[in-house]
Write a protein of this length. Structure first.
Length: 345
């Protein structure tokens, strides 16, 4: 009789303690392991097709790995390099002292305050400049601190990226064995382990598909519009729109909306009209038209749940949360459905 059948409580406590200790040991590598698991799960069907032809797991994995590098890693590296260079320049312009920024911003606020439309609201220009400059200093300090952390943690980011690549190779090649091992230790019965894994991969794939396609199109369109209207840093703004596209409903309108209004208030009428018209009629329509088509029936989740889980995931887990949040919610719904089925039987 094994220790579990004998009800060996000390053994169970020891097993739980060692398991928790092992998970704590892996805590620093959570995000690299998570992204390796997601990418491997998405590309495993392709790996199986290639391996059926070659019947050489390592070579098949290498071919898939090279394809991932071309599709994902190379473009990400190029864009990341451009953004990093822009960030370093911004870092140099900001610094810990915002006197020059305050002067420029006060001039901009003065132009806005003199606008006839703004004059209708009888706003105290001195108070507006003081409060806005204070807000700007807070934003500038936030950017300065995070850019400092980014430049200081470059080595750590590279190490985590290398861990993700190394793990990804084995997750692609040995993913089936690893999955079977995990399922053996989670005997839920009735094929529930595979159903949970299916929900994990389906939600991750759908979320990434929607984000990359919709966000990429919206960011490209927004960057082109900003370039046409001669807004400085169109590349950075376009990338920010791609990032903001992960948030349902709000999306990248939080970028082009204020930009268009600011253009109108500062007297750049045609630029403001072009930005707002393009945002409403083109950029936003991309989300409205493509999101239902791309999601389809893959993610059977209410839009409110998608919105809250995405925002909650980003707040708790950072940028990776736009995938982690919906995955947690999808797994929760799947488990509750299983519970309902169990109750019915």
């Amino acid at each position: 009789m094994g220790p579990l059948k004998n009800g060996n409580v000390p053994f169970l406590i020891l097993m739980g303690a060692v398991t928790l200790l092992f998970l704590y040991l892996l805590k620093p590598f959570f995000f690299p392991l998570f992204w390796a698991a997601v990418i491997a799960g998405i590309f495993r069907p392709l790996y199986r097709r290639i391996d059926r032809i070659l019947n050489r797991p390592s070579l098949s994995t290498l071919l898939v790995f090279l394809l991932i590098a071309v599709i994902i890693l190379l473009p990400t590296g190029i864009v990341g390099t451009l953004v990093f260079n822009e960030s370093v320049q911004l870092y140099g312009r900001l610094g810990p002292d915002q006197k020059n920024i305050d002067k420029g911003f006060q001039h901009l606020l003065g132009v806005i305050a003199d606008n006839r439309l703004v004059g209708l609201f009888d706003i105290d220009q001195a108070v507006l400049i003081e409060k806005s400059a204070e807000a700007l200093r807070s934003v500038a300090n936030y950017i300065f601190v995070h850019l400092t952390a980014l430049t200081q943690n470059t080595l750590a980011l590279l190490v985590q990226f290398a861990i993700m690549l190394y793990t990804l190779f084995f997750f692609i090649r040995d993913g089936e064995k690893l999955l079977q091992t995990v399922m053996r230790f989670l005997p839920l019965g009735g094929g529930r382990e595979k159903r949970l894994y299916h929900h994990f991969i389906t939600t991750a794939r759908s979320t990434l598909k929607v984000t990359l396609i919709i966000g990429g199109i919206q960011g490209a369109l927004g960057g082109i519009v900003f370039l046409i209207t001669d807004i400085e840093g169109a590349l950075i703004w376009g990338l920010l729109m791609i990032i903001m596209a992960v948030v349902p409903v709000i999306g990248c309108s939080i970028i082009w909306g204020p930009a268009g209004i600011l253009m109108l208030l500062t007297g750049h009428l045609w630029e403001g009209v072009v930005i707002l018209a393009s945002g409403v009629l083109v950029i936003s329509m991309v989300d409205n038209l493509l999101r239902p088509l791309l999601l389809g029936k893959d993610v059977e989740m209410h839009p409110l749940l998608i919105f809250l889980s995405t925002l909650g995931g980003i707040i708790l887990f950072g940028f990776s949360g736009f995938v982690i949040g919906p995955i947690i919610t999808a797994l929760l719904l799947a488990i509750w459905n299983m519970y309902s089925e169990f109750q019915e039987h």
